[in-house]
Design a binder for this molecule. Structure first.
Ligand SMILES: [Fe+2]
Ligand SMILES: [Fe+2]
Length: 215
């Protein structure tokens, strides 16, 4: 029998990165396909632009959580990580997310494609650095289990506040994750969110994103 994994902020970091990494890859692939062949119908068009909005929201929320909570907390505990550089990269990513938003609002697949390429180019080295320097092993060494739990709760509340609109951002987060990772977040989210808002109240709002999400 495998033991239940201990709460670890380094693992949560990897999970959120997987959400955004999948989002960028799916958006890039579909953007190219729709630029070439057009949208098959209006529901797909609506769903695609909502998916892009969900991606922007989650990337923005994640960077805010790192800048406002995570990095200030870790600065005094971890040496050798250039937190200022990571935050400067967030600023660059912020500029790219603004381009994605402008492309979305203009309905321009060409502009979106360019912004997504820029995003992918910066995103991958950025998260590789974070995952190497803030790995689960390193995090386990500098924080106690109760500190991991407390930070996870604060991070969830903070990113939910900043990842807006929530009716797109929360389903985007959950359904860009494979089942195991999704179960992890479902277990820590408030029941009103997972049992009422996402499956019932917000359903019609996010349902058009479904062709781009995991089951
Ligand atoms: Fe980051
Ligand atoms: Fe990150």
């Amino acid at each position: 029998m495998s033991e239940k994994p201990k709460p670890n902020i380094g693992l949560d970091l990897q999970r959120i990165h997987r959400v955004i990494t999948r989002g960028v890859a799916v958006a890039q692939e579909k953007c190219e396909a729709f630029a070439e062949a057009g949208f098959p119908d209006n529901t797909t068009r609506e769903g695609f632009w909502k998916y892009c909005q969900g991606l922007e929201a989650n990337a923005h929320g994640h960077h805010r959580t790192e800048d406002d909570l995570f990095f200030p907390y870790l600065r005094s505990r971890i040496t050798g990580t250039d937190f200022d550089q990571l935050m400067a990269e967030h600023q660059e990513l912020h500029g790219i997310l603004a381009k994605m938003q402008a492309a979305r609002e203009a309905g321009s697949l060409a502009d979106l494609g360019r912004a997504l390429s820029e995003m992918a180019e910066l995103w991958h080295p950025h998260i590789e650095k974070e995952q190497r320097e803030l790995s689960p092993e390193i995090m386990a060494g500098v924080m106690t289990i109760p500190e991991h739990i407390e930070m996870a709760q604060k991070a969830a509340a903070h990113s939910q506040e900043h990842a807006q609109p929530a009716p797109l951002a929360v389903p985007f987060l959950l359904y860009n994750l494979e089942a195991d990772d999704r179960a992890h977040f479902l277990a820590v989210m408030p029941p009103v969110l997972t049992q009422q808002l996402v499956p019932v109240v917000w359903k019609d709002e996010w349902a058009p994103m479904k062709p781009f999400l995991l089951e």
